[in-house]
Every structure is written in structure tokens, then in C-alpha cells.
Design a protein around this ligand. Structure first.
Ligand SMILES: [Mg+2]
Length: 307
């Protein structure tokens, strides 16, 4: 049985015996995928679990390795997979050509297997470090949920999708009520713990995998709800408000003695509207709802309805 924790290596070669030799040398440390043509390689590279590295034969009938590499690097889904070219030709110009296409390394046939293993190991480690850094760059350190940068990226992508597919898209902005007083009274350590707990409670209110809760900054959170209308957004906001109250977290400055949040929400109403609006206008609209919730006495969810 395969260990799911092992990195995945895709071996591409039109000669089965070559695949066999490399697979034998690597199978103890990696999950091996194979492809015997360029077209096949592109298909396998896109399929989950995606390879952490590709050993790519240069000389193949039909689509050669160079073309495969070009296409991998052009595709957003595969461009971060390191490619090591495998070739029988020991030619500096070929090597330069391959590296300029974006390959990370080169190995030459006949294989010196300890070197192949070492190169594969080094590049897989680098890839894993890069993946980790990329993930960390999108996570809020305090709460462990996506950060603002991550939200901005997703919001942008979901906006374009909503406009293209004529679907709705909703936002909820939430803010912990009287959080400054909470910090002043209980200290910043307790304030941090409070934000973590609130984030967890809000996260529990989301049921669909496409929904995203992010920390927008300070004590402010934002929720992205694809394919959701205003009514649906209001339901999510209300669920979040209640989830935070049942935490029963004492807050002496709060109107009801426990930590509460105020929320504002907004949704793209129609296709026409989505063409007239920008993402920041929708954010402003949700923010206006939040302002209304705050000025209306906090611990409530509001939206601005245009007449
Ligand atoms: Mg070949």
C-alpha cells in the first residue's frame, strides 16, 4: 500500500524499460506515477494528487519533453511542479535550452542512480519548502484562518466567476463589539485568545466547502460566500452572531455581559448589478451594513437595502 505522506514523482518516458529503472530506484521514497507520452504526462500532472516532481524524457515521438515542459509552465495548475529533464544526449546546449524552459535540473542517460536519487530528493525538498511558505503567506498567524491577502485573491477570482456564470456572490463583514475595552480590561493575551475563539465559532457557522472566513485585520473578519444571495448571507451572518454569543465569553463592557459581534452583509443582486459594481463597492456595501449594526446598538446583523 502506498503511504499518502510520500511525495509523488511522475516519470515520463516513451521507453518502458527506462521508466522501470527509475521507478525501481525511487519507489522506496516516493509514490510513482508514470506516463509514456507527452500528452499523457500533461494529463497525469493535472490530476490529484499532483506530482511534487516530474522526471521528463526529452526525446519522445509526438510531443517532445521540451514542449511538455513549455505547456506545464504555461498552466497555472502545473507551473510550480519542478521538472528534471532526462536525456541521452550529453550536450551543453541542450541542457541550457531545457533549463531556460524552466526545468530545475538535468540528468543524463545512462543513469547514475545515486545522483538521480540525490537530485530528486533535493528538488522535492525545495518544492515542499516553497509550498509551505506559500501556505504560510496566506494564513493569519494568530487565528490560523486565511489572512486578508488570501481573501483578496479569492474574492477577485470568485468575483470574476460570478460575473462570468451570472451567479450571485455575497460578503459578510464582522467586528467584535467593544474589543478595545475588552483588551483594556482583560489584557492583550486574553484579547488574542478571544479572537481565536471567535474565529473558530464563526468558522463552525460555515457549512459549504467554498465558503471562506478570513481575518480582515484587527478584530474584523470577512466571509466570502459564493453563489449566495442576500437572504442566504443574512442567514449565515445571524448564525455567526448566535455562535459567538453561545461561547459565553465574559465581557464586562458588553451590553449583555458576554462577547458579541456586529455584522454587515451584502450580495450581488443581479447580472446587471455585477457589471455596474466593483469588488470594492460590494465590500463598502457590507461595511455600510456593519456601520448600521454598530450604530443600531451592536450584536446584530444588518444590510443596506436600496429603495
Ligand atoms: Mg525517449
Amino acid at each position: 500500500m502506498e503511504e499518502v505522506t510520500k511525495p509523488v514523482v511522475l516519470i515520463v518516458d516513451d521507453v518502458a524499460a527506462n521508466i522501470q529503472v527509475l521507478a525501481e530506484a525511487l519507489k522506496a521514497d516516493y509514490r510513482i506515477r508514470v506516463a509514456s507520452s507527452g500528452e499523457d504526462a500533461l494529463r497525469v500532472a493535472r490530476r490529484a494528487p499532483q506530482p511534487d516532481l516530474i522526471l521528463l524524457d526529452v526525446m519522445m515521438p509526438g510531443m517532445d519533453g521540451y514542449e511538455v515542459c513549455r505547456r506545464l509552465k504555461r498552466d497555472e495548475d502545473t507551473q510550480n511542479i519542478p521538472v528534471i529533464f532526462v536525456t541521452a544526449r550529453d550536450d551543453a546546449e541542450d541542457e541550457e535550452f531545457g533549463l531556460n524552459l524552466g526545468a530545475v535540473d538535468y540528468v543524463v542517460k545512462p543513469y547514475h542512480l545515486p545522483i538521480v536519487r540525490a537530485r530528486v530528493r533535493n528538488h522535492v525538498l525545495l518544492k515542499q519548502k516553497n509550498d509551505l511558505l506559500e501556505r504560510l503567506a496566506l494564513i493569519d498567524g494568530l487565528t490560523g484562518i486565511p489572512n486578508r491577502r488570501h481573501f483578496d485573491e479569492r474574492f477577485d477570482a470568485e468575483w470574476r466567476r460570478a460575473v462570468r456564470d451570472g451567479q450571485s456572490l455575497a460578503l459578510v463583514i464582522a467586528d467584535v463589539d467593544r474589543f478595545k475595552s475588552f483588551n483594556d480590561h482583560y489584557g492583550h493575551g486574553a484579547g488574542d485568545a478571544c479572537l481565536r475563539t471567535v474565529a473558530r465559532a464563526m468558522q463552525l457557522s460555515l457549512t459549504r466547502p467554498g465558503d471562506m472566513l478570513a481575518r480582515y485585520g484587527g478584530e474584523e473578519f470577512v466571509v466570502l460566500l459564493p453563489d449566495t444571495d442576500l437572504e442566504g448571507a443574512g442567514q449565515v451572518a445571524e448564525r455567526m452572531r448566535r455562535q459567538v454569543i453561545v461561547l459565553n465569553q465574559p465581557h464586562v463592557q458588553s451590553d449583555i455581559g458576554v462577547v458579541t459581534i456586529s455584522l454587515g452583509y451584502a450580495a450581488l443582486g443581479s447580472v446587471q448589478e455585477s457589471q455596474q459594481m466593483t469588488p470594492s463597492m460590494l465590500l463598502d456595501k457590507a461595511d455600510a451594513g456593519l456601520y448600521q449594526a454598530k450604530s443600531g446598538g451592536r450584536n446584530r446583523a444588518c444590510c443596506v437595502v436600496e429603495e
